[in-house]
Design a protein. Structure first.
Lengths: 225, 401
């Protein structure tokens, strides 16, 4: 395996002066291509901040961040937006689907926004992903009419739409019952195994973490294990 | 961006009641705009038709030649030679110019005339009158004599005259009566009253007499030429430009009706300005309405905007989605307002049939295209602020909401 992503000495400080809070204190981390890793740590340890930085939604205060050979700290907003669209998928705890769109429309969004329209190819890929997620009968359902587990599976399909190298999942099962949580994790494991997509999953759940081949523990703004 | 258009449309259709109210609000603004345009335009049309509709729009009058003066080298006037004052200045070459004037674009009628003062005598009664000699067949070229006749005919021929109702009443005249008309030069003619008109213009009805041009030649001792040429235009607002053109074409002193109507023009201008103010306020209301509604929408959709940004939507895409919503609201509201305005104006009489006591609404002056265009532009401008606010949404905080 080769390094997909490497962050070195990453510091993230919020606020200034006496109100400044240093959330990440020189954290370094390398993710290999095809990994399926769990990100563990107590609340306030910096997990979400780290995921946000890795997802290029926020820049570190200092440190280096390189993914696929690109220096993401130096990149402009527009370049980061394109990079994110092509190479990174997100799964959030509360699914965060677009409520006025169907399941399929939500899934094809990352491709459609790049191409300027919903192509037949994109729709075919979206249908294939939703079918794989067990939602073949819900393709044209409004996203608001889906159950929590179904919504999260749509969110996983959306994250995979552009065949990203990395999927960042922030507590993807935190809002689901055990059965739905295991269904989602099984899907993630299947995709990781079949397509080699790298997953970094933030979780508090030890059982979910044990499903991942690697566990990364963050504490007090540093990787501790 | 077809996809941005799809999302904008979806956002608008997702909240049908809110969008409907917003479009209705814009439509009301456009309706006011159109209603005001039709009212101000119609009012101006009405005032103009009542004040200058029956007068010459461009008039060419013979200039009185300056009296010949003999001056000494020291500047003393030795002799002033003034021709007989009874002799009216004439446009001797009128016949040559008339075809030229008639060919000028926008000219719909040309009436060569001989005008002067005279006295109408019936027995012991004498009335001072203004006499206008017009070419038979062109009696209604400028003043619509035919339309104002209440008795007899406007058709003038040898030995015939028509006059106003007030004058007829003053002298107790009736059709077929024979009267003596004496010009200011002392020439008399015996004429038969062939028609009585009522224009509603007091001065015209009480002191004007129309005779045939040959009769006027006799009365005012003008064997050739005329004293004035009156010209009527299809568009009386084009009088200034047409007068300039005729002046350049003929070298004659063509004067537009606007030269003597400064006060009327000022009043119409003030009225138009009032209309502009009202229409501007209507547009401002539209802009504020659209801006506030879209700002609200931006706030409500912050998490979705955050998701879109996280999924790779650029700031430009987000701006386009919201500006497109503004444009669509403006277009729908504009079209609806224009349609409502047109329907509301339909029952009003057309500009050719304005009547006293009714609102002179001119459906043709509704400025429909302008109203729609300005509304769309206004709505787009109004959406820029919310769109920029949407594009600045931080995906991290928005997703966390």
């Amino acid at each position: 395996m080769s390094a997909l992503l490497k962050v070195t000495d990453v510091v993230k400080t919020f606020g200034t002066g006496e109100a400044a809070t240093r959330v990440l204190r020189g954290l370094s981390l390398t993710l290999e291509a095809g990994e399926m890793a769990a990100l563990l740590g107590p609340s306030g340890s910096g997990k979400s901040t780290l995921l946000t930085i890795l997802g290029t939604l926020m820049k570190p205060t200092s440190g280096t961040q390189v993914m696929l050979g690109q220096d993401l700290v130096a990149a402009e907003d527009r370049a980061l937006t394109t990079f994110r669209n092509l190479h990174i998928g997100f799964v959030f705890q509360f699914h965060n689907l677009l409520p006025d769109f169907t399941a399929l429309e939500n899934v094809v969004f990352p491709t459609a926004v790049r191409e300027g329209r919903e192509t037949a190819t994109a729709r075919a890929r979206g249908r294939e992903l939703l079918t794989r997620m067990g939602l073949g009968a819900r393709i044209d359902f409004p996203s608001t009419n889906l159950s929590g587990g179904q919504k999260q599976r749509v969110a996983v399909a959306r994250a995979l739409m552009n065949r990203p190298e990395l999927v960042l999942a922030d507590e993807p099962t935190g809002n689901l019952d055990r059965e739905s949580a295991m269904q989602v994790m099984d899907l993630i494991a299947e995709i990781n195994r079949d397509e080699g997509t790298t997953f970094l999953i933030s979780t508090h759940d030890e059982k979910i973490a044990r499903l991942c081949r690697r566990q990364i523990v963050v504490g007090d703004g540093l990787v501790t294990g | 961006m077809i996809y941005a258009l799809k999302i904008a449309t979806r956002y608008l259709t997702a909240s049908k009641a809110q969008t409907g109210l917003l479009v209705l609000g814009v439509a009301v603004g456009v309706f006011i705009f159109i209603f005001m345009s039709a009212l101000i335009g119609g009012l101006a049309e009405f005032i103009l038709s009542r004040t200058v509709g029956d007068i010459s729009h461009v008039t060419i009058t013979a200039e009185d030649p300056d009296p010949a003066i003999l001056i000494t080298p020291q500047g003393h006037v030795l002799t002033v030679t003034e021709r007989g004052r009874t002799r009216t200045a004439t446009l001797a070459e009128a016949a040559t110019f008339i075809p030229l004037i008639e060919a000028v674009p926008g000219v719909i009628a040309v009436s060569p005339q001989i005008t002067g003062a005279g006295f109408l005598t019936r027995g012991a009664q004498v009335a001072q009158v203004g006499v206008t000699g017009v070419e038979p067949g062109r009696e209604s070229a400028i003043l619509n004599l035919d339309g104002y006749m209440i008795e007899g005919s406007a058709r003038l021929g040898s030995g015939l005259m028509v006059l106003g109702q007030s004058l007829a009443d003053d002298l107790s005249l009736r059709l077929g009566q024979t009267l003596r008309l004496q010009s200011s030069g002392g020439v008399s003619a015996v004429l038969t009253l062939s028609g009585i008109f009522d224009t509603g213009n007091g001065q015209l009805d009480s002191s004007s007499i129309y005779v045939a041009l040959p009769t006027a030649r006799t009365l005012f001792a003008l064997p050739q030429g005329v004293t004035r040429i009156e010209i009527k235009l299809a568009d009386l607002n084009a009088a200034d430009a047409t007068a300039l053109r005729i002046r350049a074409l003929t070298g004659l002193d063509a004067v537009p009706w606007t030269d003597g109507a400064a006060q009327l023009m000022e009043a119409l201008d003030a009225q138009a300005q009032t209309g502009y103010f009202l229409k501007t306020f209507a547009l401002i209301t539209i802009v504020i309405g659209v801006a506030s509604a879209l700002l609200l929408s931006t706030y409500r959709r912050r998490p979705e905007i955050g998701i879109m940004r996280a999924m790779g939507a650029g700031r430009g895409f987000v701006i386009f989605v919201f500006v497109t919503q503004g444009a669509l609201i403006g277009l729908m509201g504009g079209l609806m307002g224009a349609a409502l305005g047109y329907l509301a104006l339909l029952p009003f009489p057309s500009r050719d049939a304005f009547e006293v006591g009714t609102l002179p609404m001119d459906i043709t002056q509704g400025s429909y295209g302008l109203a729609i265009t300005l509304t769309v532009i206004g709505a787009i401008l109004a959406s820029i602020l919310p769109a920029r606010a949407a594009a600045r949404v931080d995906p991290v905080t928005a997703i966390g909401q």
